[in-house]
Design a protein around this ligand. Structure first.
Ligand code: PMP
Length: 348
């Protein structure tokens, strides 16, 4: 009888994580460079004696470090196990209305999975033919809004005024801007936090800080919102961030020069790759992220995806309406991208 009461959900499908040294992995938007050297040092020097104790449930050191990095107070910062965890907590805490939450039809494919998981009604709003968001779609009554900036998998960013306009039409619901990729060239909505107490900006260490393996995400918002998030989190699991990760996270935001240099390198390689793909006749969207969204020329996206995989080059293919003839290609090192371009040229 118990099978009748099992919660049935279709899980989010993350990109493959193939092993092997000769794999060129451009399918999950990881950073091709390591975290700053302070992270390696902190890991080496970590005193395992500390593991005897539970970690600080308030994660004060990391929250404090993030707050001062953004010139905010610790009361404006919530941390979680990757921004996936942070967004899931936001769904649980704020998306409890009977009205549907809104997000684009082409976007991070976890948004509808969480909606199913937490039984939140939702309505998707179609991007226009250029794969841009129509802001007026978000002027209707709703139970909340979540939009990534830049959007994924398109990589297209919109300016702060665009989101301010959406906020002005949504004073009665929570608006989440998912800034997972913002450091690679988009403008942040953090500056709007002081004006809108219903805004949540979500960030991650996974992409621009090369820490996907550590799982650190955070939300910035008004104290009232952060308190509500903590109440739900502490009713679920008070110790979600481990002591090692807390320590490494603090180190990861100390080295601003390394951070900026890393971003510059990725952006430079992205622009080089965009130009080569354009030369090969691909349609390439203007990206403000660490990936490119492209429509291949002379071959279907699925066929190219499979042929690249045969050569141990992994990119992301989404077998979904509207985007089943596009590929999302994460930006790797210069030599990885050169190998990719050579492989594509040979294949097509
Ligand atoms: N938001 C977007 C738009 C993403 O693409 C991702 C990466 N899959 C995430 C959030 C979650 O990233 P993480 O949990 O590693 O912080």
């Amino acid at each position: 009888m118990w099978r009748e009461y099992v919660r049935e959900v279709t899980p989010y499908t993350p990109g493959e994580q193939p092993g092997g040294a000769d794999v060129i992995k451009l399918n999950t938007n990881e950073n091709p460079y390591p975290p700053c050297s302070g992270v390696a040092r902190a890991l080496k020097e970590f005193d395992c004696e500390a593991l005897r104790r539970y970690p600080d449930p308030a994660v004060s050191k990391l929250r404090g470090a993030i707050a001062s990095y953004h010139n905010l107070d610790m009361g404006n910062v919530f941390v979680g196990v990757g921004s996936d965890d942070v967004i899931a907590m936001c769904y649980m805490t704020f998306f409890n209305s009977d009205k549907p939450i809104l997000f684009p039809d082409i976007t991070y494919s976890f948004y509808d999975v969480w909606a199913d998981e937490f039984k939140v009604p939702f309505t998707v709003k179609a991007l226009n033919d250029d794969f841009r968001i129509n802001k007026s779609d978000y002027y209707v009554e709703n139970g909340g809004v979540i939009i990534p900036n830049p959007n994924a998998p398109t990589g297209i960013a919109e300016p702060v005024e665009f989101f301010e306009d959406i906020l002005n039409h949504n004073r009665d619901s929570i608006v989440i801007i998912d800034e997972a990729y913002v450091d690679f060239g988009a403008s942040s909505c953090i500056e709007l936090l002081s004006k809108y107490d219903n805004l949540i900006v979500v960030r991650t260490f996974s992409k621009s800080r090369s820490m996907a393996g550590s799982r650190i995400g955070y939300a910035l918002a008004s104290e009232e919102i952060i308190t509500a998030l903590h109440n739900v989190k502490y009713s679920y699991n008070s110790y979600t961030m481990d002591s090692v990760t807390i320590k490494l996270g603090v180190e990861a935001i100390k080295d601003e020069k390394y951070f900026r240099d890393n971003l510059d390198k990725v952006i430079c390689t992205r622009n080089w790759t965009r130009d080569r793909l354009n030369e090969l006749g691909f349609q390439v969207f203007d990206s403000s992220a660490n990936f490119l969204f492209v429509k291949p020329s002379g071959i279907s996206a699925k066929a190219l995806f499979e042929k690249l995989k045969e050569r141990n080059i992994y990119v992301r293919y989404f077998n979904k309406p509207r985007i089943d003839n596009y590929l999302r290609i994460s930006i790797g090192t210069d030599s990885e991208m050169q190998a990719l371009i050579e492989a594509i040229a040979e294949i097509i």
